[in-house]
Structure formats: C-alpha cells, structure tokens
Design a protein around this ligand. Structure first.
Ligand code: G3H
Length: 541
C-alpha cells in the first residue's frame, strides 16, 4: 500500500466515528438581529467539514457539517441598523450603562457560553479539523481571556475613578466607547480570535456587527442564544453571507466606527478604502505574517528542532504566528535538516478525535492543491522534499513537507503558505536572514536560536525595530494573552493584549471645570447624589 492510500485510510467511514465525537449536521436558519433570532429564507450556504468520509469503494466524499443563512445586502442593512439604533449616537442603554452593569452582562454571557462548551468544541473539530485538545484549549483560553478582560477593566476603571487637579482645573478622565464595531475573525481560531476583539469592544460600550469566518461559522450558532439572553437588544448582531457582498456594503455605509479584522492585508486595505469618512474609522487589524526562525551556528539543535517543529506545524501550520521560513546556518544545516525531518516523521496524522494526533485535515478544500504547487515549484528550482512521503495528500489531509534548500526564487520563500509545508533556507552570514526580514512586507515576530550573548544581544537590538516580538530559543506565539500582540508593516494595525484591547476599542473622554467653590459643590453634588455614571468615584471590586 502506498502512503497516499495510507493517508486516505485515515479518514473514517461514518460508522467509525466514535460516539462521543459524532455530530448531527446543524442547519442554521436564523441570525441574531436587534435581539431577535430572525429567520432568513433567502438562501443558505453548505458548510463542508474539514473531515471527509471514506466511502465503501475507498473514495473520499465531503461531509456536510451543516448550513447557514446566506444573507445579502438587506440582511447586512438590518444588522447594521440594529447596531446603530442600540448605540443611538452614544445615548443608548448599552453605551451609557455603568461599567458594573456591562461587566455583569458579560459575566452572564460567560455562564451561558460555558454551558455550550461541548457543542462548540465539537463544531470546532468538525468545521476546521482542530484536534480535540486544541479545540478545548481554544474554548477555555477564550473563557479565561474574558475573565481577564473583566479584571483588566475593573483595574482601568478604578484607576479613573478620581479627579485630577492641575493648574486650577479639576478633571475626570475615563474611557468611552467609539460606536459600531464590525468584528470579523479568522478560520484558524474562529472563536478565540473573534472574541479577543468582540469582547473588549463590547465591554467598553460599543455595539457589534459580527460576521463569522467562512470556515467555523456554525460554531457561533449556540452562542447566539447566549448573546440574545445576556445583552440588551441590538448590542450584538450577526450577518452571515458572502464577505465580498456584505462587508463592502457595511463599510460604504459610513456607519462602521471600528473595523476589527483578523484576516488578510489585501482585504483590510480594500475595506478601509470603502469607508467614505476615513478619519472616522479606527482599524484594529491582525493580518498576514511570515515569521522566520534563525538558527545560529551555536544553537542547541535539540531545542531548535523541538521549537521549530511546534512553531511551524502546530494546527498544521495554520497560525498567523507560525514559523513559515527557517533559516539555518550552513555549518549545521545538514544535522538540523535531518533531525527536523525525523521529528516531522514522528508527527501523527489522523482525525481530530484521535489520541496524540498532530496533523489533521485542512478546512480549506483548495489548500492541498496550492501547497502542492508551492512544493512542485520549489522542487523544479532545485529543492528537495527531505522527509519520506512529505507532501503526499489525500482529500484534505496533507502530510507535512520539509523543503530544502529553499532560495529566494521560490514561492515558499515569499508567500505565507499557512499550511503544513516547512521551507528551510541555509545561510552563510546572518546578514542574509536580516536582509530578508528588512525586505519582507511583514513584521510580526521572529525566533532566534543561539547562545552567544554578544551576538544575540546585538541581533535583538536590530530585530526589535523590524518586528514586534523577538523570541529567544523558542517558537513564535501570541500568548500569554496579557502580553502585547502587534505587528509592523502589513502584519497588523493596533495592539491587542487583554489590557491594550480595552484601549483599542475606546477613547479617552474627560469632564473638566475650574477649581471654583461653586463648581466643586456641583461636582460633589453629582458624585454624592450618584447623578452620573461618568462623574463618579465608586470602586468596582
Ligand atoms: O493565528 C494567530 C493566533 O493569534 C496565534 O495564536 O500563537 O497562541 O497560536 P497562538
């Protein structure tokens, strides 16, 4: 049996799927608009699972994990109007609610969300093929992120619960919402990355139009009921539909105040241009990246191999933070490549529910063809796939390919492959990877492997001005979530972390008066009589 057949045999027949993992296809026909679950009969989109099913004759067939409504411009308009109405130019119930009230709604939401954990985790596995432990981690990390956000907001708000007296002026400064936020997350972390913008935007008093990603849309459905119960009508609204149809419409309306997008720089560029009042639009963006690793001659090879395997192939390389190009000093390249390739061979390919599985089916059915093309082009220009069976594919399962030596003529040197292909480039002088980073359109992170304090120190000083995180002897990653997550050039706009996100979705606003006795009396009367949510000195515990 050749290895392609082996791969095909890793897909289950329907009857092979373990009972605790089975899923009943979910045919969603409603979206949440203005506090109502509204039925959309206009049309629907079939959601194909990343996981294909093996038929009696051994062929693979797509599995429909469900379908969801295909909204158009009318549905987009309804969702937008509901969000605009709930914000009511900043006078709505939600943007004027005391912070404690908004926190209690979010806490209510979390309780309802946690009750749907298993449903959401199963949908993550079936829609995007994420291994169960990673799908569970995505859910739990999101819940922890929300709790951390609540704590960070309390700290922020308590810090602002006081008056400043400067040069005869008394002032109170707080953070206020910006308006309507259009939230769009990516398919690789559909829940987590969407919520890392949606939750801070919400808790700061903005209203939301949420458009789920193209793969991983159904997993939001159980949560729509939680949004509906926990928040006032119109605070969270959803739109499902073709992005290229509904999103430009939303942007061109001029009613979107913040574009929160984790996606491609090409889409972000074009959407920003559609907004008629560019100065009224704030963008919070997480975009493309091609984070390199640089393995220096004195690097600990075991550490470098372990971290580069995890960094390049966790969730099949489908992470914005993944290591997408590995530069290795020529003096250790052969050793590194052979150990790396052995470690890649040990990764278990299979279905998301299998114990210890690391390589799983890809949600984008077109991806294997693109990855094939990249590998074939590199091979035609002199590179080799060094791991046996690397690059074999069956259906949506693609065995990781370690491609070496990669040069700047190859697509794999420049394009963000976002999949299980690892290009390795030998270098003689560290100026070569440095030059690559300087010329790259991206600037998210880098991983540096080595032990010479003088060299690492000097390189770090150069690299921190090229990217936003230099990882020493470890892979690139976003977490811990309290750390800033940002990028230069086409990799990001704005900074996300638990506390930075609260700032990204708000603006400082202040009230000021002269330090006269009548104005002091006025302020005291407002505070003592609890006449304002803004002019207040109460603490949140
Ligand atoms: O896709 C990009 C994610 O933010 C990466 O997060 O580094 O924790 O996997 P991670």
């Amino acid at each position: 049996m050749n290895s392609v057949n082996d791969l095909a045999n890793l897909f289950p027949r329907l009857s092979d799927v373990p009972a605790e993992t089975r899923i009943t296809p979910l045919h969603q026909r409603e979206t949440l608009v203005g506090g109502e679950m509204r039925r959309i009969d206009r049309g629907c989109k079939t959601a194909l699972s990343a996981i294909q099913l093996r038929q009696e004759d051994g062929t693979l067939a797509p599995f429909e994990v469900g379908s969801y409504p295909l909204g158009g411009v009318n549905e987009a308009r309804d969702a937008l109007e509901a969000a605009v109405h709930a914000y009511d130019s900043g006078r709505g119930r939600w943007p004027t609610m005391p912070v404690a009230g908004r926190i209690s709604c979010v806490e209510h939401f979390v309780r309802l969300m946690v009750a749907r954990r298993e449903e959401v985790v199963r949908l993550i596995m079936w829609e995007i093929g994420k291994a169960r432990p990673d799908a569970e981690k995505e859910f739990d990390r999101t819940v922890e992120y929300i709790s951390a956000t609540v704590e960070a907001l309390k700290e922020l708000d308590n810090g602002n619960s006081k008056f400043h007296v400067v040069e005869g002026t008394i002032a109170q400064i707080r953070r206020s919402p910006l308006g309507v936020v259009l939230c769009m997350g990516p398919y690789n972390y559909p829940l987590n990355e969407t919520f890392t913008t949606l939750i801070p935007a919400l808790i700061m008093g903005n209203t939301i139009v949420l458009k789920p990603p193209k793969f991983g849309a159904l997993l939001f459905y159980p949560l729509l009921f939680a949004f509906q119960k926990a928040f006032p009508p119109g605070v969270v609204n959803t739109i499902y539909g073709r992005g290229e149809e509904v999103v430009p419409y939303l942007m061109a309306s001029g009613d979107i105040n913040v574009l929160a997008l984790i996606g491609s720089s090409r889409v972000a560029d074009s959407l920003k241009k559609q907004h008629p009042k560019s100065n009224r639009l704030r963008a919070v963006l997480g975009l493309d990246a091609k984070n390199p690793a640089i393995v220096l001659p004195d690097a600990d090879i075991d550490t470098a191999v372990r971290e580069c395997v995890a960094g390049s192939l966790s969730f099949n390389g489908q992470r914005c933070t993944a290591l997408k190009l590995i530069f290795v000093h020529r003096s250790i390249a052969d050793t590194f490549v052979s150990r790396f390739s052995r470690a890649v061979q040990d990764l278990k390919c299979g279905m998301p529910w299998e114990k210890g599985v690391q390589i799983t089916p890809l949600p984008d059915q077109q991806k294997p063809r693109y990855l094939d093309e990249c590998v074939a082009q590199a091979v035609s220009l002199g590179a080799c796939v060094v791991n046996p069976g690397g690059g074999d594919s069956a259906g949506t399962l693609f065995r990781p390919a370690v491609v070496y030596p990669v040069t700047d003529e190859m697509k794999l040197y420049h394009e963000e492959q976002f999949g299980p292909v690892v290009p390795i480039v030998p270098f003689d002088d560290v100026s070569e990877p440095l030059e690559y980073i300087i010329r790259s359109p991206y600037g998210q992170q880098v991983s540096l492997f080595g032990n010479d304090a003088e060299q690492i120190g000097a390189l770090t000083d150069q690299l921190v001005n090229q990217v936003c995180r230099v990882n020493l002897n470890c892979q690139c990653q976003r977490g811990p979530d309290v750390f800033p997550f940002a990028g230069r050039k086409d990799s990001a706009e704005g900074t996300l972390s638990v506390s930075d996100a609260l700032r990204s979705f708000s603006i400082r606003s202040m009230v000021a008066t002269r330090k006269s006795s009548s104005d002091k009396t006025l302020l005291n009367a407002i505070v003592d009589g609890r006449r304002s949510n803004f002019i207040a000195t109460g603490f949140l515990l």
